[in-house]
Unconditional design. Structure first.
Length: 254
């Protein structure tokens, strides 16, 4: 796989190879060029060009895909504009289910557009953040649509909106979601709160988790929780577990 995302903007050859990307207008519908999503439709400008070039988080997306089988139930928590939602939808097939959680209106619009463009009927979109308990919280929009986050301080005077929060335990108790086989969670620093609100679901169903952590304190809290629930943890990159911010968690693999 050609890793377009790895091309350096600081080198002349990287700039030269990236230059044609400026000719692709935002909003144009393009096809994903390579990788597990090859051939699916994507809206240019929805996120980094690496998404439709097929090189976005290439190692992670291949590892993620290796755990998914037809008929599975996948939760994409912090779905953004739907890269991993689309990947999950393709791999679980018509017998499977994907539940995508995303609170930001701009991202939701593009997420739904991607689902329509690809005719995907096995995805349910939740217009919510996922956290420790149901309620309403401040959501800071961040410097770009991929870095919005719940609570805490905004960066650079970023705009704040109110979003509704759900917890997986509450949704499962009410019968509104199935028990998942796999969860991907990337929510810009609220990962420990998410795990607390999904404690019963995770302990009952023992899903595989792909977890992006943001900050040392959040990372330690997530690792401690998952270890206490009998999970084995490994880094998804070349760094040691204590230094990485990309975790693969599997039950009974300690």
């Amino acid at each position: 796989m050609l890793n377009f995302s790895g091309l350096s903007n600081g080198k002349w050859w990287g700039k030269a190879m990236r230059a044609p990307l400026r000719l692709v207008p935002n909003g144009a519908t393009v096809r994903v060029l390579q990788g597990p999503l090859q051939g699916m439709k994507w809206v240019a400008g929805a996120a980094t060009h690496g998404c439709w070039l097929g090189s976005y988080e290439s190692d992670k997306q291949r590892r993620f895909a290796s755990f998914i089988r037809p008929g599975m139930k996948i939760f994409d928590v912090g779905a953004n504009v739907g890269f991993y939602t689309l990947l999950s939808s393709r791999l679980v097939g018509p017998a499977g289910q994907v539940h995508a959680f995303e609170p930001l209106p701009r991202n939701l619009s593009l997420l739904r557009q991607h689902l329509r463009l690809n005719g995907l009927a096995n995805v349910r979109v939740w217009e919510n953040a996922a956290g420790a308990a149901p309620g309403s919280v401040d959501f800071h929009l961040g410097a770009n649509p991929m870095t919005g986050h719940v609570g805490g301080e905004g960066s650079g005077g970023s705009e704040t909106i109110q979003v509704e929060v759900v917890s997986l335990d509450n949704l499962a108790e009410d019968g509104r979601i199935p028990l998942p086989n796999l969860i991907k969670c990337d929510i810009e620093g609220a990962e420990a709160d998410f795990l607390q609100g999904a404690k019963s679901v995770i302990r009952r169903s023992k899903p595989v988790l792909f977890l992006a952590t943001h900050g040392p304190a959040v990372h330690r809290a997530c690792c401690d929780l998952l270890h206490s629930w009998g999970y084995g943890l490994e880094s998804l990159d070349s760094r040691r577990l204590k230094d990485t911010d990309e975790i693969l968690a599997r039950p009974g693999k300690r």
